[in-house]
Design a protein around this ligand. Sequence first.
Ligand code: KIV
Ligand code: ZN
Length: 387
Amino acid sequence: MSDRIYIFDTTLRDGEQSPGCSMNIDEKIRVAHALAALGVDIIEAGFPIASPGDFEAVHRIASEVHGPCIAGLARAAEGDIRRAAEAIKPAGDHGRIHTFIATSPIHMEAKLRMTPDQVLERAVASVKLARSLVPEVEFSAEDAGRTDMDFLCRVVEATIAAGARVINIPDTVGYMTPAEFGGRIRELIERVPNSDQAIISVHCHNDLGLAVANSLAAVENGARQVECTINGLGERAGNAALEEIVMILRTRADRYALHTDIDTTKIVPTSKLVSQITGMPIQANKAIVGANAFAHESGIHQDGVLKHQKTYEIMTPESVGLNTNRMVLGKHSGRAALKSRYGQLGVELDGERLIEVFNRFKLLADKKKDIFDEDLMALLSGDGGVE
Ligand code: KIV
Ligand code: ZN
């Protein structure tokens, strides 16, 4: 089995389905260029049948963005598939139709009002039609996490036989737990006789906060494409966060020996661009890209990091595109961090003088949440707002 993990970015499709995150065409093109520079393998550029604007965005991305494969989403319906084929046409051999239909009992009965046999027939016909229009077809069994395993195996085998070269197993409602989802992927690969003719992909939602853990469990069990988004954007609680998947594989290369083609030094700039364009702020304690991800406040941690970065940092800030880590000066900070910050401001403090200023700093930090450089300079003259 290959040690390469394909990164399928769906920021422009599922990510855009985050409430309040819609983007105009020019914004989508800027994001698509950033994703190409980041090194993603596939950009899901949109859902062409959804609106004329979505069609136009996919079409322009397929014309203007080179490098990654450009995918267009289509339900398992002729109109959707033909529209997606038209939208991705300029990408030529680098175009992919991603067609899907739901396979779980609740979706088939309550939403599609179709029998399992009808769903199977539609899935096969859709893959065949898509294959007649483009060389690369991905099929998704929507809500695969809640799909009966025997039926899922039948659908996967039949859609591979119909020509799908990527089979995506979505945990559409984020219901799975890692052991369960990983087991599902392993069972599928073992039971479906032609599974070696397709790349098994996963697409996990974060309703229970497990999207990344579930994707990782799937990878451990043989999945080789991960669908994810920048900053974990996506429908409801979002999708697996690209930056987390990629940095787990890189930071724990000792455990996984799997690699992606992502230029990790572009992660933070891409994350900021997407946040700025969508207007969706990044929570400060978000892994990898949050403002606090490389910030240290407690004295013990600051002292440790100043002595050796690896004491409290398992990856370097530079590896994700940050210039440096950050020592936050607050009531938990210690003398080492204060001395270091003064040093950066051109003030050398030692011995009694350092203790004296440090004591004043602690009194101020008890009263004030944010200590700025101006506060530090004022503390030197004893004019630090401290009686
Ligand atoms: O969550 C989901 O099942 C999807 C499919 C369209 C892949 O987004
Ligand atoms: Zn989704």
